[in-house]
Design a protein around this ligand. Structure first.
Ligand code: ADP
Ligand code: MG
Length: 687
């Protein structure tokens, strides 16, 4: 692929016209990246038809309509007793039916009104509502154009998975800019056939005309899915080959100190036999001349952290250093808070390094790492910044493995001399898939929870009965419980997740005055502070309303209830993950899956699976069987590897094809390198 094109894919979205740093940061939250490439990999999840009607009575309530309207009167909104009534514009359609356009929001009102001059015909497009006897109402239409500019309103509109603070218009604008640049001076036009076909497929999924264009069996989707799998399988094949290569053998570090006995003495509990076995496997791996590459799969709460700690201690016994890499600052801090005291008792220096460390404090930590004094560094990606140097990095531990790409993994290992690699994953993977997904790793499975854990009691509850639930929660809170209340991601709408969370928070505050709120549009620091208050036993904050930003692995032992709203819209794995935030102590925990009235049979089935079982492996198998497209929310937390175009259920044959192609490949072509670059966040070309 040409350099101009690669550079363009790497461009920060803030440099796309109309974006800027604020929106780019929001994109970062949704896309887990903020490059043009990250945007392209994030395809629309649906298509919205904006069919034109002349007679509003022909349109169904709730549908998005595009209708020519004659503007008749404008009645400005008024404030009354702290409430504001909407501004109403009364219009008629071509058949003489009355349609009212409403604006609740006073922002930009002048801008909108100026688009609706009294006495003029306009084409208006938005969602049609018919509340009670209220007639035909369109709130905040998305498009208002003069009749002769009707073509500015897209007949079919791609709907991107919602992001907090990002509207569909913003998505569409960024997409248009990106494809215009690709067609323009970025040089796609003069690229080789393969590259052009690849981006044609991208174009097809980003400009879908009908829902079929986004089906996993659409030509473009199949093509992209295959390439994505090929990239991944090639990366696996390369690692595997390198590991088998005798030139990559290392000298085993001899043991210099004895720390493990002391470590076992310090444990406040008895290890489960699964934990013991896993630690033994790790011990054996670390004494081989082939670096360890082990994945520990254990359900949420199965006790993986202590295994990581054991590995770090074994590493320290040789005098080498270990790093524990967490996906977020919060999780890094939490691990640090738990492990540091243990390290101290063992005489191991433990530090925490995240993106927040700046200036002198950071410099000091870096010096300690470089000198070899720090034996365990807990942190985020910051641990692998260019200026971070290790004296002898012997072990890389990655928590919540699925957030890191294969190539990223090797970039981290490059900081040491053939270090061991240990990945921890809370999401069990069906055995049938495990080989193809993690083909380059050895796997330990912790199929056992610490003794004394009670299975989480899980129930379904229709939305209409939430009132009764609040009473039950109040009783539990009085008894000392902490409660998570998860509000859903909002899709298919320009409304944001924040709105739902804020509204729910407002409602619950009436019952529980000291209720916390976290959502993705909050500043990270603010968010962390609220989470910390909630986690603090003495804070008095017993209820936390959160969008799905509450992270995998967050440990609040006193949390015993989790309420998940619109649970039917989450995937099985995501629900199981969310549920894992409770049931971490010995007290009985509860999970309430709140669902809407119009729950689909598939949705019901998913919720039933969760009510019936607590076993992550069973759930994973079911998830694979039932995984549908376009109905699953919170995919970032659904575990497994986050493919962009691959559908686990529908593309199973592609897995085999790609694995075979990768295995047959002697040296990857430059095209395969390009693919690895595109699909794996930190692969570098030609490296
Ligand atoms: P996860 O596998 O989800 O990362 P953690 O490592 O956070 O789980 O462990 C969950 C909780 O269980 C922690 O509070 C931890 O101290 C505790 N724990 C871990 N192993 C055991 C054990 N063998 N017996 C009792 N409690 C344990
Ligand atoms: Mg964990």
């Amino acid at each position: 692929m040409k350099q101009e094109l690669l550079d363009f894919l790497n461009t920060d979205l803030q440099f796309v016209k109309g974006v800027g740093p604020v929106l780019a940061a929001r994109f970062d939250d949704v896309l887990s990246g903020r490059r043009v490439l990250d945007f392209l990999l994030h395809h629309p999840s649906g298509v919205r038809r904006r069919d034109l009607v002349d007679n509003i009575m022909d349109a169904t309530t709730g549908d998005v309509v595009t209708v020519p309207l004659l503007v008749q009167t404008v009645r400005p909104g008024r404030s009354f007793r702290g409430r504001r009534s909407p501004t109403q514009i009364t219009c008629v359609d071509r058949a003489g039916n009355r349609v009212i356009i409403q604006f609740f929001n006073a922002n930009f009102l002048d801008y909108w009104l100026q688009k609706l001059p009294v006495g003029a015909w306009r084409i208006v497009s938005g969602k049609l509502e018919r509340p009670g006897r209220g007639g035909n109402i369109i709130n905040h239409p998305e498009f208002i154009e003069p009749i002769d500019a009707a073509d500015k309103i897209p007949r079919s509109q791609a709907i991107y998975p919602a992001g907090e603070g990002l509207t569909q218009k913003t998505f569409a604008n960024v997409r248009d800019q990106i494809f215009a640049a690709l067609d323009g001076n970025v040089g796609l036009g003069t690229s080789d056939d393969q590259t052009r076909e690849f981006f044609d497929a991208m174009r097809a999924v980003h400009f879908p005309q009908t829902p079929d264009d986004l089906s996993p069996h659409a030509d473009a989707m199949v093509k992209l899915a295959y390439y994505e799998l090929l990239a991944h399988q090639s990366a696996i094949a390369i690692t595997r080959r390198e590991r088998a290569d005798a030139r990559h053998r290392r000298t085993v570090r001899p043991k210099k100190h004895d720390l493990m006995d002391r470590f076992y003495d310090l444990l406040p509990f008895e290890l489960t036999s699964a934990q013991v076995t896993t630690i033994q496997e790790i011990h054996d791996d670390m004494r081989r001349d082939i670096p360890m590459m082990r994945l520990v799969q254990g359900d949420v709460g199965s006790g993986k952290t202590i295994i990581a700690m054991a590995a770090a201690v074994m590493c320290a016994e040789t005098g080498a250093q270990a790093v524990l890499l967490a996906p977020t600052d919060t999780l890094a801090q939490q691990h640090f808070a738990k492990l540091q005291p243990l390290c101290e008792k063992l005489g191991m220096v433990c530090e925490c390094l995240t993106g927040r460390d700046k200036g002198a404090a950071r410099r000091e930590k870096l010096i300690s790492l470089k000198s070899g004094r720090t034996k365990l560094a807990v942190g985020t990606h910051a641990l692998f910044s260019e200026d971070v140097v290790y004296r002898d990095l012997g072990l890389v531990i990655i928590d919540e493995q699925h957030r890191f790409g294969v190539a990223q993994r090797s970039a981290m290992c490059a900081k040491g001399n053939h270090p061991d690699l240990l990945a921890l994953s809370a999401t069990p993977i069906p055995r049938t898939l495990s080989m193809t997904i993690y083909g380059d790793m050895d796997v330990s499975i912790i199929h056992q929870k610490p003794a004394g854990r009670k299975p989480i009691k899980t129930t379904k509850l229709p939305m209409g009965r939430v009132g009764a639930l609040i009473g039950r929660i109040a009783a539990q809170i009085d008894a000392g419980a902490k409660v998570f209340w998860v509000t859903p991601l909002v899709t298919d709408s320009d409304e944001t997740d924040m709105t739902a969370a804020v509204a729910r928070h407002e409602m619950l505050t009436q019952y529980f005055p000291h209720t916390g709120l976290v959502h993705g549009q909050m500043d990270k620091k603010q968010r962390d502070a609220v989470m910390a208050t909630f986690a603090d036993d003495h804070s008095g904050m017993s209820l936390l309303v959160a969008t799905t930003v509450i992270e995998v692995g967050i440990d609040v032992p006193r949390a015993t209830i989790i309420v998940i709203e619109n649970a039917e819209r989450f995937g099985l794995a995501a629900l199981h993950q969310l549920r894992g935030r409770v049931g971490r102590g010995s007290t009985q925990s509860y999970c309430v899956l709140v669902h809407g009235d119009n729950i689909t049979p598939d949705g019901t089935k998913r919720l039933d699976v969760l009510c019936e079982t607590d076993d992550g492996f069973v759930i994973a198998e079911q998830d694979l069987m039932m995984r549908g497209v376009g109905e699953l929310l919170g995919t970032r937390q659904s575990g497994w590897i986050q493919y962009h175009f691959v559908d686990y259920r529908e593309h199973r044959d592609l897995f085999k094809l790609a694995a075979r192609a990768a295995a047959d490949m002697t040296t990857p072509s430059s095209w395969v390198h390009d693919l690895m670059y595109m699909f794996d966040r930190s692969t570098t070309i030609g490296a």
